[in-house]
Write a protein that binds this ligand. Sequence first.
Ligand code: GAR
Length: 208
Amino acid sequence: RKRVVVLLSGNGSTLQALIDQQPDSHYEIVAVFSNRPDAYGLQRAANANIPQHAFDHKDFSDRSLFDQHMMQKINQLNPDYVVLAGYMRILSSKFVRHFSGRLINIHPSLLPKHKGLNTYQSALESGDCEHGTTVHFVTAELDSGAIILQSTLPIRHSDTVQTLEQRVKSMEQKVYPLALDWLCSGRLICKDNAVWLDNQPLPKQGYS
Ligand code: GAR
């Protein structure tokens, strides 16, 4: 099994899905890190007997020092992959470069649409007919690395931020463990910023 470290900042429902699928997968979550000591995701890790580490970014004078510290702690665990699961802090380019090809994220939009925050509101305000989620490799540019997988759902007339979020999240909880398992089983690789699944190049917008 591949060794996986998860980074989060909040509720951790995405982590929970990864934990729940772990027995049927090729990964083992060896630690959870949070930049928020009060993140509920830490409790979920504790409930699953996964070691947790919380570092308050406010205790560090700048982003690069904080990331440097995290990097050292993560390196000690020898992870094969570092998985962002609702980690709501931009990572320094040094951190991203260090884990390049081994660092993935899930973002609640059909990238390249709606990068950054408040993606549900932004999709509704743009009058989009569909929304969804994207699993991608992380590069120094925000929400821009090679796409592994996208999952789409139609936006209903009656949708609000809350209803849309609920549907997208339940989709995320299915696809993120799947994508991580592809990676950890060796089925999925990234070469020169292109993603291959079972020796086939994936289309630029990823698998869907
Ligand atoms: C997830 O929906 C994830 O896609 C999003 O944060 C949520 C975390 O929920 N990530 C981002 O917006 C990253 N830019 P959780 O704390 O319940 O797992």
